[in-house]
Design a protein around this ligand. Structure first.
Ligand code: XMP
Length: 516
């Protein structure tokens, strides 16, 4: 059997990455390839199986992507999903028609006969997620039709001997409750792939690759306090021990406790060599008088690079540091179109967007991993939950959550309010329900209040709790009133200068998650 990855051919829908994630949840390694890759290129990777994904097109549309027949006739097991199901049917001599019977959203499929391999012993009728205009009306020669729905006479077919199968619905989405089982059966029972992609195997594999790449060399890793850099560093530490040095820049825009988390908890968990650069004064000076959000971002990014480069020069003066560790994730690689071997430096939205002339060789141990895998690897390596499940926090930090000029006093105020909001959300068990909850200080706004026997003239803070899958779109989280009440009471009681707490009830779009 071929021991390459399961390759998901991306026909342009947003589902291809999700399919690869689900395949990996079935403990089989999977990658996404564009549909423009030729059959030769795909087969050269010796895929253990090929999955044709959904796509936005109708197979009848002009220029609709199709598949090279050489691919489906190569003997490599193939699964077609949605659009890929129709493409597969077409390529193997079945028929696809514009029947006019569209199905979008939740639909019921009926299992036919014994259900074959993919649908056997599933409920006779069960819900699935559909999204199609065309329908397969005739399965390929020799294949058994195993499922049907009102709008899709052929909603599933398979030919276990020739090792191809397909479903009209989307097994990868949560709205298809038996979908994961169907994928698992294709991978294990039709394609005969053994489930070997486990967290332990990922760690062992990455450690071996890092050792291979770095040899006896030395590496530097910038820590941000976030999940990706922490897990990347922990993996490299596992591989090369004290030939790794981590650099943590305290730019003074961090939240309460974040520096300790890195200096104490991360170091305790990994034993890593850490250099902390205290650059708080430098950032404050550079930001003095600046109120424009883009200007702030630019200054913070520029200063960060300067400080980091100085730290690198200091290290290089002491030893031959040739490698730089980056926490690039698989979705960054796919989205920037990089195949295996291309070095894409993660720069989007990242304070650590490093210049190109760095004269380092990149080590990217998370390049093949999705975020959920990165978190599991982190736990496997013994990192604290607080780091592994940390919510996203922007590189420019509290600097873009103070509306107005950034000063030391304002940072202290915002840090105190933010700490209270985080404490109360954690105490209420809501951390996993929200994507993130920025607290924003409207430093240039004042409002009148009354506290004790006196009037106050303080600043409002805004709570911005959001729910999201990927931060591209978001909805405001409906937090329980009693939690909001506790946060508001504590902030106004405990944080001098803040006499009002407001709740942001704007979705994204139109509002971004951050205020600046
Ligand atoms: P927006 O505000 O654009 O944020 O809806 C989307 C996600 O990106 C984070 N964010 C940033 N991250 N540098 C970063 O590293 C930035 O300049 C930046 N701006 C926004 C934000 O916290 C959210 O998760």
């Amino acid at each position: 059997m071929a021991d390459g990855p399961v390759l998901v051919v991306d026909f342009g829908a947003q589902y291809a990455q999700l399919i690869a994630r689900r395949v990996r949840e079935a403990q089989v390694y999977s990658e996404v390839v564009p549909h423009t890759a030729g059959a030769g290129e795909i087969l050269a990777r010796k895929p253990a199986a090929i999955i044709l994904s959904g796509g936005p097109s109708s197979v009848y549309a002009e220029g609709a992507p199709s598949v090279d027949p050489a691919l489906v006739e190569s003997g490599v097991p193939v699964l077609g999903i949605c659009y890929g199901f129709q493409v597969l049917a077409g390529a193997l001599g079945g028929a696809v028609e514009h029947t006019g019977a569209r199905e979008y959203g939740r639909t019921e499929v009926k299992v036919l006969g014994e259900g074959g391999v993919l649908h056997r012993e599933l409920p006779g009728r069960h819900p699935v997620w559909m999204s199609h205009g065309d329908s397969v009306t005739k399965a390929p020669e020799g294949a058994t039709v195993t499922a049907t729905s009102e709008g899709a006479p052929v909603a599933g077919f398979e030919h276990p001997e020739r090792r191809f199968a397909g479903v009209q619905y989307h097994p990868e989405v949560a709205h298809s409750p038996h979908g994961q089982e169907v994928l698992r059966r294709f991978l294990h029972d039709i394609a005969g792939i053994r489930p070997q992609w486990t967290t332990a195997s990922i760690v062992a594999d990455q450690v071996a690759r890092i050792r291979d790449q770095v040899g006896e060399g030395r590496a530097i890793c910038g820590l941000s306090g976030g999940v990706d850099s922490a897990v990347a560093a922990a993996l490299v530490q596992q591989a090369i021990g004290d030939r790794l040095t981590c650099v943590f820049v305290d730019h003074g825009l961090l939240r309460a406790g974040e520096r300790t988390q890195v200096e104490r908890d991360f170091v305790a968990a990994t034993g890593v060599n850490l250099v902390t650069v205290d650059a708080r004064e430098r950032f404050l000076t550079a930001l003095a008088g600046v109120t424009d959000p883009e200007e702030k971002r630019k200054i913070i990014g520029r200063e960060f690079i300067r400080v980091f480069e100085q730290a690198e020069r200091d290290l290089k003066a002491k030893g031959d540091y040739r490698f730089l560790v980056q926490g690039t994730l698989y979705p960054d690689v796919v989205e920037s179109g990089g195949g295996a071997g291309t070095a894409n430096i993660k720069s989007h939205h990242n304070v650590g967007g490093l210049p190109e002339d760095l004269r380092f060789e990149l080590v990217e141990p998370l390049r093949l991993l999705f975020k959920d895998e990165v978190r599991r690897v982190g736990l496997e390596l013994g990192l604290p939950e607080t780091i592994v499940h940390r919510q996203p926090f922007p590189g420019p930090g509290l600097g873009i959550r103070i509306i107005g000029e950034v000063t030391a006093d304002r940072l202290a105020t915002l840090r105190a309010a933010d700490a209270i909001a985080r404490e109360e959300l954690t105490a209420a068990g809501l951390d996993r329900d929200i994507w993130q909850c920025p607290v924003v200080l409207l430093a240039d706004v004042r409002s009148v209040g009354v506290q004790g026997d006196g009037r106050t003239y303080g600043h409002p803070v805004v709570l911005r709790p959001v729910s999201s899958e990927d931060a591209m779109t978001a909805d405001w989280t409906r937090l329980p009133y009693d939690v909001l009440e506790r946060i508001s009471t504590r902030i106004t009681n405990e944080v001098a200068d803040v006499n009002r707490v407001a709740l942001d009830v704007t979705s994204k779009p139109p509002g971004t998650i951050e205020w600046e």
